[in-house]
Design a protein around this ligand. Sequence first.
Ligand code: COA
Length: 387
Amino acid sequence: MKVGIDLIHFATADYYLGLDTFAAEKQIDVEKYTIGIGQEKMSIAPPDEDVVSLAAKAAAPILEQISREEISAILFATETGVDQSKSAGAFLHGLLGLSNRCRVVEFKHACYAGAAALQMATTMVRANPNENILVIAADIAKYDIDTSGEATQGCGAVAMLVTENPRIIAIEPGSGYYTNDVMDFWRPNHRTTALVDGKYSTKVYLNSLKHAWEHFTEQTKRNFNDIDYFCYHIPFTKMAEKAHKTLAKKVGVKLTQADFEKQTLPSQAYNRIIGNSYSASLFVGFISLLDNVRDNIEGKRVSFFSYGSGCVAEFFTGIMQTGYQSVLMTQQQQDNISQRKPLSYAAYLDFYHQADVNPDNIIYQKTNKGPYRLVGIEDYKRYYEKV
Ligand code: COA
């Protein structure tokens, strides 16, 4: 039985901050960002955009292709939750007008939760092939001003419809995983910005990759050369480069520059101009591969490495399905990216501080261009609208 991603679409905010603008403001050589960490732009969410409106924007084109009655569950992965109790998926369920015969739950473990939700969805469909599960991975990456993390912000949401006989990729059973209780990145409940030991987190990421890989090979007996394209969690694109080179070295494969570019570059293109989207970033990378790879990759094996600080990691694979290109939503995604408006550093700071206050009562100015937005908060209750 084949189970996997039948449709996939991502959305990001309508604004970005260029790392050139950022570097000029901070009086730092721009190549530290464009070359050193491999980033050019960060998508910036205005105050009336949160993970719910981003998720709705990502999911809407999928819901034009399947009846709302047929969605049997929403598994919503985020570490930018909007409420400590009510799941972001419940707000999304209302905003999208889904059937009451649908379950909703929020998944959290830093950037890993999207992979957890996808794996849970495939398990649910294997148990009951009638399920059509909407998996959402959505986050807004936010660090304190003037910290090393500030240059690695961004935001995005990926919506995936997980079904039997998927049209895009069948996720293969068997995966390798690794958990270790470490403090490389965390966000105490009262904070809207994450705390991070950045250098340590890159070390833990690479160590987790090696462990998850070992478990993966034990579980599946597959090896490096069985995989055609590699997608990694991408907090900044240089991290994916470090990851792929580390993995190749571990398995004793001598990578040529051509191998490296073929296996990983198409999956980095979008992340380079969106920035970190935490739980979504691995899947933004997968969409980037689909939209940017020159060849038709039907029948090819794609790997996914998910890393969530704290830490949990998982390595798994899927097989691209015949005819997948006919259901991609490349144009919409590229339009969303290219139509974003640049922000000055001062305008970015204004958005940053407005979105920082968690007010009990507020009506937001309309800066999010839609199709869904956060209208405001009244007595701590959030209100959304379709624009
Ligand atoms: N030209 C080219 N490269 C340059 C450069 C320049 N002018 N200046 C610096 N660099 C390179 C550095 O050599 C370094 O490369 P390396 O990682 O291969 O050694 C890279 O740019 C980053 O410079 P560094 O001084 O280490 O940056 P930083 O102290 O600002 O920290 C992060 C970078 C990624 C650790 C920081 O942005 C961060 O904490 N990010 C958030 C956490 C995160 O994303 N963790 C990842 C795991 S989930």
